[in-house]
Design a protein around this ligand. Structure first.
Ligand code: PMP
Length: 388
């Protein structure tokens, strides 16, 4: 099978070859590898809830009560009691009538988009939307009109110029996963209302992060009840695993009966659902967590900028430091690892060629002095590699 070797050679030649690396987590902000401890500035565990005692305890207790696996799909025998509690509390948190848990955020996007849109419909999609949104659009077999990133004039033009015999849907990340910026959801909703379009927002990186107490992008813009479909993940700020969709009871009923990634996959395990539920309760009981995250993000952004590094403006915990060529981003992350810091290099095809970057993420659990020390090391390494 020569094509396997050809592909791998091509990936290696472009410095884009990847393999999963084993990290041993020893807390929300540190990992161990080959006997050495590293500071982690590369996790989406934004509130550090993976290691919160109540969250861990809930998972252990769920295994004791219900065993390790769900043993069936949601519509057969897999809906164990914790699902109902989690879905009720997610709906309450999102201030919607109902919510539905999927196995991953990826599966939520793919399932919801392909359930809502079909060949007669047009999906208007931001060019920087996550891969799972792109795949959902493909599965829907709808026409896709891609608008330039966060460009409302372009979206408006496309809404006017694209013929559509069926439904119009506009879909966007709430917080963009690679740039960390926030979609102009208020303007998107206004445009959607004038074109009778359905709005879908993917709050994977917004849940627990922006809006009052981390309620997400619709809350951040005060758009109560004006965003019909809110998607999220349980795998980032909520410290567990899984995805969800929140909206009207009718929407959820429709998705239950139509979304293939919901129907045809075994339900998540009791431990996972219990952890997500405990994490959501922690977030609801401590709405200040999202504020602590914001303060740490602001602190690092300001320090990086003062050190002269090319950092985007923003308020979210995703802080890209631009490096340009993939090779440079890789060298910089390798050098930082030598110094005890793990930061991910983001390269094509995840981002366009020439825009490789260090994708630095902070959490509410990071210690300020460790963050300050890390910024100094990043700045020194970047200067050595002529990044600034
Ligand atoms: N949407 C966005 C914007 C994401 O960044 C991700 C995860 N990288 C997902 C969806 C998928 O979520 P999950 O990891 O839970 O599958």
């Amino acid at each position: 099978m020569q094509f396997l070797a050809d592909f791998l050679d091509q990936v290696k030649a472009g410095n884009l070859y990847r393999q999963p690396v084993v990290y041993q987590p020893i807390g929300p902000t540190h990992i161990r590898q080959e006997g050495r401890t590293y500071l982690l500035l590369a996790s989406n565990n934004y509130l550090g809830l993976t290691h919160q005692p109540a969250v861990r305890q809930a998972a252990v207790e769920a295994i004791r009560l219900f065993g390790t696996g769900a043993g069936g799909a949601r519509l057969t025998t897999g809906t164990h009691p914790l699902f109902k509690e989690l879905e009720l509390e997610l709906a309450k948190f999102k201030e919607t009538e109902a919510a539905l848990v999927f196995n991953t955020g990826y599966m939520a996007n793919v399932g919801v988009i392909s359930a809502l849109a079909g060949p007669d419909d047009v999906i208007f999609s931001d060019e920087l939307n996550h891969a799972s949104i792109i795949d959902g659009c493909r599965l829907a077999r709808a026409r896709v009109a891609v608008y330039r990133h966060a460009d409302m004039n372009h979206l408006s033009e496309l809404l006017t110029s694209t013929a559509c015999s069926g439904k119009r849907l506009i879909i966007t990340d709430g917080v963009f996963s690679m740039d960390g910026d926030i979609a102009p959801l208020d303007q998107i909703v206004t445009l959607a209302e004038s074109y009778d379009a359905i709005v879908i927002v993917d709050d994977a990186h917004a849940t627990g992060v922006i809006g009052a107490g981390g309620k997400g992008t619709a809350d951040y813009f005060g758009l109560k009840n004006r965003v019909q479909v809110q998607i999220g993940t349980l795998s980032k700020a909520l410290g567990a695993e899984g995805g969800f969709v929140a909206g009207s009871r009718q929407l959820i009923d429709y998705i239950i009966n139509k979304a293939r990634s919901f129907i045809f996959s075994t339900a998540l395990s009791p431990a996972t659902i219990a952890a997500a539920l405990a994490a959501l309760r922690e977030l609801t009981a401590r709405p200040e967590l999202a504020g602590m995250l914001r303060e740490n993000a602001d602190y690092v952004r300001t320090m990086l900028r003062q050190a002269g590094l090319p950092v985007f403006d923003g308020i979210t915990p995703i802080i890209p430091v631009m490096a340009g060529e993939a090779k440079r981003a890789v060298r910089l992350t390798a050098e930082l690892k030598e110094q005890g810091i793990i930061i991910t290099a983001i390269k094509p095809p995840t981002v366009p060629p020439g825009t490789s970057r260090l994708r630095l993420t902070v959490t509410a659990a990071h210690d300020r002095s460790e963050l300050a020390d890390a910024v100094t090391k990043i700045a020194t390494a970047a200067k050595r590699l002529t990044l600034v």
